[in-house]
Design a protein. Structure first.
Length: 131
């Protein structure tokens, strides 16, 4: 099971750091590979937001992880579409827009302009819901 492998690798990383850190690179590579494998599986299953989140974790550990890069490229294209779709549905279908914007937030890092834009639109919807 991939998620138990990730849990075990995280524990191994903590233990290795406490002992000597001699296996950090090897553990990080395997951990990034596991995240990338899960990201690819999520992408194939049509769970694009989850795929993006997992690919981002893999790339955070190893920026050269090729599978994660490929998944992230595909997910970013999808997320750009979600952002455009959410923009056009802000007033006509705010619930659908919220769902799309939440998916965008799962894909991009907080400092990305698309994340910032999606976050702002989401806050606007929430403010209008409160009125």
């Amino acid at each position: 099971n991939a998620s138990s492998a990730i849990s075990s690798l995280k524990r191994a990383k903590v233990l290795d750091k406490a002992i000597s850190g001699a296996y950090k690179r090897r553990i990080d590579r395997i951990l990034a590979d596991q995240y990338a494998t899960q990201a690819n599986s999520a992408m194939l299953a049509g769970k694009h937001a989850r795929a993006g989140s997992l690919a981002r974790k893999a790339l955070g550990i190893s920026s050269s992880q090729s599978v994660a890069r490929a998944v992230m490229e595909e997910v970013r294209k999808k997320a750009d579409g979600w952002l455009s779709s959410a923009q056009s549905q802000l007033s006509s279908n705010p619930e659908k827009a919220k769902t799309l914007l939440t998916q965008v937030l799962a894909v991009f890092p907080k400092r990305d302009p698309r994340y910032i834009r999606a976050y702002g639109m989401l806050k606007r919807i929430d403010v209008e819901d409160d009125d």
